[in-house]
Design a protein around this ligand. Sequence first.
Ligand SMILES: Cc1cc2nc3c(=O)[nH]c(=O)nc-3n(C[C@H](O)[C@H](O)[C@H](O)COP(=O)(O)OP(=O)(O)OC[C@H]3O[C@@H](n4cnc5c(N)ncnc54)[C@H](O)[C@@H]3O)c2cc1C
Length: 496
Amino acid sequence: MPETEVAETDGPEIDGPQTDGPVTDVVVAGGGPTGLLLAAELRLHGVDVVVLEKETERTRGAGALGMHARSVEVLAQRGLLDRFLPLGRQHPIGVFAGFVHPLPADLDTAHAFLFGLPQSATERLLTDRALELGTDLRRGAGLAGLAQDDDGVTVTLADGGRLRSRWLVGCDGGRSRVRELLGVGFAGTPATVEWLLGEVQVSAAPETVAAAVTEVRRTQLGLGAGPLGDGFHRVVVPADGLAADRSVPPTLEDLQRQLLATAGTDFGAHSPRWLSRIGDATRLAEHYRDGRVLLAGDAAHVHPPVGGQGLDLGLQDAVNLGWKLAAEVAGWAPPDLLDTYETERRPVADAVLDTTRAQTALLADTPGAQALRRLVGELLELPAANRLVAEKISGLAVRYDLGGGHPLVGGRLRDLVLDAGSLYDLLHAGRGLLLDQTGRLSARGWADRVDHAVRTSAELDAPAVLLRPDGHVVWAGDDPDELDRALARWFGAATG
Ligand SMILES: Cc1cc2nc3c(=O)[nH]c(=O)nc-3n(C[C@H](O)[C@H](O)[C@H](O)COP(=O)(O)OP(=O)(O)OC[C@H]3O[C@@H](n4cnc5c(N)ncnc54)[C@H](O)[C@@H]3O)c2cc1C
């Protein structure tokens, strides 16, 4: 592989040979939710991980306010729900373009709720998890440059320091430096509308704020304000056009002015802890991998927060990628395993971008969009339409194209009740799992990578299933030869 050009516009030059220091298995650029969960997933497999986070402390307010069912399942698969659930609230609802509907009662999950938890809390818990498992998290360490060759990647830090690793993953957000340095295209549509976001204190009473928002939204969508439960309000208000530089946050005065223009009052907003701009830019990285460098989370896809799926996408990218990259590091990965990260996850992001575009269009204030909105509102009263949308937004409908076979192949399984315990109890260690109701099958040659559990479940419609560490089914049936082929396909050659 030729050495990738070091595109350093404002970072220090890399000259001469690469660093002589120790070589880390994986450097993760970005200590947001995606990078933190990825680090934890890699540590489950003993991979050395350094996370570089440019900020010395978190500066982004509450961030996302929740996650959908599949992300809750992902946390449950790793035994983390006991930490998360007490801190948040479970809402048995689905949201789509501002419509709020009860989730279908028979949604195929043991976790049928929208989980309300500020992203700041999610990040704190994921930080604890990554550190407990032995991640080397370096704050105040921004990635400034990179160069890759056949054996690894040399990363340059903003302070001139260098780090050598076998792999690098850019989890450094929508304005990803890693993506930019690689020159990976970020095709899509630029922002056409903008909202100002503030986490502020207000002097108006919460009921006054709520009443004003309800009144405005009778005729104009786009205004939102509500308490965050910690003395701050989250306020979102349409901006006065697009900012020339959208990376520059608005001022408190900008927010107050737009509130006055939209709601007739600024609610006495003061003491902001986070001011930001939200746009409807919608973009997808052309590639998720370039040699030894990969992209995940917002670094690979951005879309407006309507529908609230950005955090979900990043967490699920991390769980898809973690075990595959760990397999590469350990040396047992089948030749194309790592490439399945892009072939599986990029279409999922593409589909979310699509749904998000639809939601943004339904929120426009034009008569046509509003007519369409009324129609969609009526359609969502139909159980079948509500189910379709709930399955899409929750992430439960994700099914990777793994080449057919049994109807379960490609999808994930709910947390099945087993004769002893439950399915997700068996996935905590992040290994493959042969769930065998027959007691006649074997994964002996893969015992170092795959657990074999002889258990039964009234909820499982197959004699046996083989699950990957991310909980997706790669084989179902009772034919031992087919099983061996699936084990070799996903977990490499048998040993012993
Ligand atoms: C107002 C708002 C509401 C939202 N609501 C929801 C919601 O309800 N549900 C949902 O699912 N999503 C929501 N989202 C989206 C969600 O917040 C993002 O999708 C999520 O934060 C992406 O996580 P990430 O780890 O991929 O990237 P980020 O959270 O952006 O993390 C990237 C990290 O990389 C660091 N970094 C950047 N550059 C460098 C560098 N060069 N070197 C080292 N570190 C670097 C950054 O400091 C940051 O910590 C919302 C977003 C906004 C703005």
